[in-house]
Design a protein around this ligand. Sequence first.
Ligand code: PBG
Length: 329
Amino acid sequence: MKSLGSYPKVRLRRNRKTEWSRRLVSENNLSTNDLIWPIFIREGKRIREPIDSMPGVYRYSLDQIEKLVERAINKKIPMIALFPYTPLSKKNINGTEALNKNNLVCKALRIIKKKFNQIGIMCDVALDPYTSHGHDGILKNNYVDNDKTVRILIKQSLLQAKMGCDVIAPSDMMDGRIGLIRKALDKNGFQSVQILSYAVKYASNFYGPFRDAVGSKKSLKGDKKNYQMDFTNSKESLREVAMDISEGADFVMVKPGMPYLDIIKIIKDNFKIPVFAYQVSGEYSLIKKGINDKILDKDAIYESLISFKRAGANAIVTYFADEIAGRLK
Ligand code: PBG
């Protein structure tokens, strides 16, 4: 950067003096177009169940879903993400409930798609909401077997596409699944179903509240370090993204969010593909509890979301979507 001259001729505070001037020189902004709203669904009727570890976030029974989608549409949120709270009685070692066309996600897709087509619906592809051990795939000698898992993920993707899912989002971190899912979708007439790859997903300590929300926390045996990424690494994320782009991903996700802004930036600097960021459950709960306890002002939410835009994210999955969309003009 060229020298910008010096004080007293240069006074950087001049541009900050008035509100209109600050607006004029503002480099980034957040709009409702940037938001993806994750929604937890469960069985039952007329239920809005609080989640202890995520204040202000609820599990909703399926009869609430139309109302929620309507709210998202009214607030101009372009996409929602569905996450199921599967009853323990329906979990087993192979997560077979994932392939049940009457599971929670499939039912929700049918309800939504019967009525709405002006909003995107994204569904995770992974087995952890359905396995009794809480891992994202099929275990073989206590190790998640890549190729066996991918064969099931392909079926899960096809089922979701059939039910009307717009964006298939593999969050499992198996190798090679994007290409194989793309191939299967194309072969079955789903050429325009999009794939959002959780290409860069770290084995993070910030997922705890989510695992509580989908009911996999208590059951999870061990950790996910032999498939999710090591958080000491950054260049490895470039290989993950390159691989998924070559296999046909339409967008890539970086997850978690705020502790990984450096990763969003290097991906944005190296590839032209749309990059989404996931402000995960642990990040949400820390900020939300800080606000509830009056340690933080509620504008901390906006500030946290702008940090993703500054780093280069095109959109953000955030549990604050509903709340912040109401405040954005
Ligand atoms: C499951 C999945 C996880 C999240 C989204 N999809 C948890 C995990 O990998 O254990 C985390 C989201 C969050 O913490 O908000 N594959």
